[in-house]
Design a binder for this molecule. Sequence first.
Ligand code: SAH
Length: 415
Amino acid sequence: MTTMLGLSLTGRKVVFVGGGAVAARRLPRLLDDGALVTVIAPALGAEVQALVDAGRVEWIARDVRENDLDGAWFVHSATADRRVDARVAAWCETRRIFCVNTSDGAHGSARLTAETRAGDIVVGVVSDAGVDPRRTARVRDAIGAQLAAGLFPVRRRRHTATGRVDLVGGGPGPLDLMTVRGRRLLAEADVIIADRLGPAGALPELDADVEIIDVGKRPGHHPVPQHEINELLITHARQGKRVVRLKGGDPFVYGRGGEELAACLAAGIPTEVVPGVTSAIAVPQAAGIPVTHRGVSAGLHLVNGQADISATTLAALGDDAVTTVVLMGVAALPKLAAAAQAAGVDPDRPVAIVERGHTPQQRTTRTTLGRMAQDAADAGVRNPAVVVVGEVTRTGLLMGESQLVELPLAGDVNR
Ligand code: SAH
C-alpha cells in the first residue's frame, strides 16, 4: 500500500545513485523543487554531465558507499545494477531514509508519482500494484489535460494574503477559441471583470458565487472609465482574490491591457497576461480572408477607426501590397473613405466588412473604398465589425466564384 505525501525537498540533501537515463529524467524534477542533489556514479550520461557542468548537482565520481547517505533526507537509486540498488535500499532501510529503487520492477520504500501541474495545483498518480509507469503516465495525462483546460473545480476556498490579476484574452467569441491557459485561470478566479465582447459562453459554467463585474464598453459610451477598472482590479486583488480581467480578442490589441498591466504592477500586484486570438486576424480569417497572402499582400497595417487618420494609414491604404485592418471602424467609414479619396487612393481598392466574426450571425459585406460608406449604410452594418482594405479581400482570392458563399462554417463549426 502507498500513502501519498507531498514532500518539500527545498534546501534538503537528496542522494541520487546512478547517472544514466533515469537520473536524466528525474533529476530536473528534484532540482525544480530546490533539492540539494548529490549524484554518485562512476560515470555519467551526457544529460547528467550537463547538470554537473552547470553546477546544478554535485557529483561524486565513484561507486556508492554507505556513508554517502549521511545527512540525506531522500535517496533515489537507479544504477542499472540491481544488486547495487538493493544494497542502497537496504542501507536506507536501517537509516530510516525513504528510498526510490527502480530496479527489478519493484518499488522501494518510496516512489515518485507521475505528476502534473496546473497553476499551483499538483496532482500525483501512483498505483498500489506493480511498476507500470506508462499506465500511471496515461492517467496523469488524462487528468492533466482536464486540469489544464479549467474543467476541475480548482477555485480557492480560502483567499491568500495577496491576490493576483490575470489579463486574459478571450478571443473573438467561441469558447473553444480561447486558450487552455485562459480557461484554467477563469476556473480559478474569484472575480471576473468582463467586457461586452469576448467569450460569454465561458461565464455560465462558473461557480455561482464567482463575482462577475461587467464593465463592457459600447462605442461612444463608456460605462466604467478605465481608471475605475484599474481600481477594481487592484482593490479585489488586495483582498486576496484571484481576479481575471477577461477581454475580447487579445488584451494588448486595442484592449487597454497595457494600461491595466502597468497599473497592477505599479500597485505591486502579481499580474500575468494571457494572449488571445485577436479579431484583427481571426475575423477576416472567418470570412476566408488571409491578412497576408504570398504574392498579394506582404504586410499588415492595423488601425483603430476612432483615432485620427494618420499619414501612415493613408500610405497603407494606397499601397496595394499592404492589407489595412480597421477595428472599431464602422462609424469611421465615411471619414476614412473621404481621407483616402483626398489622398488619391484608388477608389476601386477592394474592401470587406466582416460583422460578428466567428459567431452564427457572421456577415460579410464586400465593397470598395469608394463605395464602402454607402454600401455599409445600405446593408445596416453594425459593430462589432472588422474592416479589411486591400487586395486580399478580392472575391475569389482563395476559391472560385462558385464557392463564394458566406462561410457558415465559421459560425457552425465553432459552436
Ligand atoms: N482586443 C480586441 C479588440 C478590441 S477593440 C481584439 O484583439 O480582438 C473592439 C473591436 O474589435 C470591435 O469594434 C471590432 O472592430 C473588433 N471585434 C472584436 N470581436 C469581433 C467579432 N467577433 N467580429 C467582428 N469584429 C470584432
